[in-house]
Design a protein around this ligand. Structure first.
Ligand SMILES: C[S@@+](CC[C@H](N)C(=O)[O-])C[C@H]1O[C@@H](n2cnc3c(N)ncnc32)[C@H](O)[C@@H]1O
Length: 259
């Protein structure tokens, strides 16, 4: 018996991994986070499977289902949104499973921040502009560690990706403007990769107004950084004509002369 902790991807049902989809089809118990995992992702579950939504459950109730499955020797597909390693509340489940001797395996997924970058048609790391992505959130009911307060992280001026922060746009702009500058681009991507996806593009100066005028109040990724609009960034070294490596060897002199 095993619990498969599966990343369902950001929303588009075709963005789950082949392995994740196969395990959902094979497991007799499918326990999914109904608040975010779309129903289409679960369509592949067997007709005989017990398909349960964990969004109304407590951790104890989830663990009870996993323990029952262990006692009956039944595999479980534990389906989480995006990638289970990011704001997934999976660690606490794994800790309980470790204590109970329940075996588990993690099947990674496409995180919603990757889905958001794809929706924007942007790369989040650009040569000489930003080579770092900080994935974080604004402080909510979950307190932020002192060294990870937004103002501290902002000092790096890296590309910032914020989960779980869409109701705090005003505060976000106030904290970031002195560091990133009022003209720094900001994108809000709601329901990335889903049919009703919405994108708001703006700057730290005007994104709050645009957000207030929208109806987006949940399920959104905020991305801050100059990578969102930059066009004058340097080319990478990877494809530079004068850069050679294992897969593109320096031409021999005789070949070079013929070019
Ligand atoms: C509990 S976290 C789960 C994140 C997930 N593990 C991941 O890797 O995307 C939920 C937050 O993820 C973000 N999110 C999840 N799905 C999204 C989507 N399709 N579009 C935009 N944001 C999404 C939102 O910030 C939401 O509040």
């Amino acid at each position: 018996m095993k619990v498969f902790i599966i990343g369902a991807g950001p929303g588009d049902p075709e963005l789950i991994t082949v392995k994740g989809a196969r395990l959902i089809a094979e497991c007799p118990i499918v326990l999914y986070t109904g608040s975010l995992v779309p129903a289409e992702v679960l369509r592949g579950a067997s007709k005989d499977a017990r398909v349960l939504d964990s969004s109304g459950m407590t951790l104890d109730q989830i663990v009870e289902i996993l323990t029952e499955a262990r006692d009956k020797d039944l595999n479980v597909a534990r389906v989480h949104t995006g990638d289970p390693s990011i704001f997934g509340s999976t660690a606490e489940q794994m800790r309980r499973m470790n204590a109970l001797g329940i075996e588990y395996e993690i099947i990674p997924g496409v995180s919603s921040f990757s889905g958001a970058a794809a929706a924007l048609g942007r790369e989040l790391t650009l040569p000489e502009l930003s080579q770092t992505i900080i994935i974080t959130r604004m402080e909510g009911r979950t307190p932020m560690p002192e060294k990870e307060k937004l103002a501290e992280l902002a000092k790096h001026q890296a590309t910032l990706v914020l989960f779980l922060s869409i109701t705090l746009v005003k505060q976000l702009c106030a904290e970031l403007t002195p560091i990133y500058g009022a003209d720094c681009p900001v994108a809000i991507v709601h329901k990335a990769t889903m049919p009703d996806q919405q994108i708001l593009m703006g700057t730290l100066a005007d994104i709050e107004e645009k957000w207030k005028a929208s109806s987006i109040r949940a399920q959104a990724i905020i991305i801050v950084g100059r990578v969102l609009t930059a066009e004058d960034f340097a080319d990478s070294r990877l494809y530079a004509a004068d850069f050679f490596h294992k897969f593109r060897k320096r031409p021999r002199v005789s070949e070079a002369e013929n070019v």
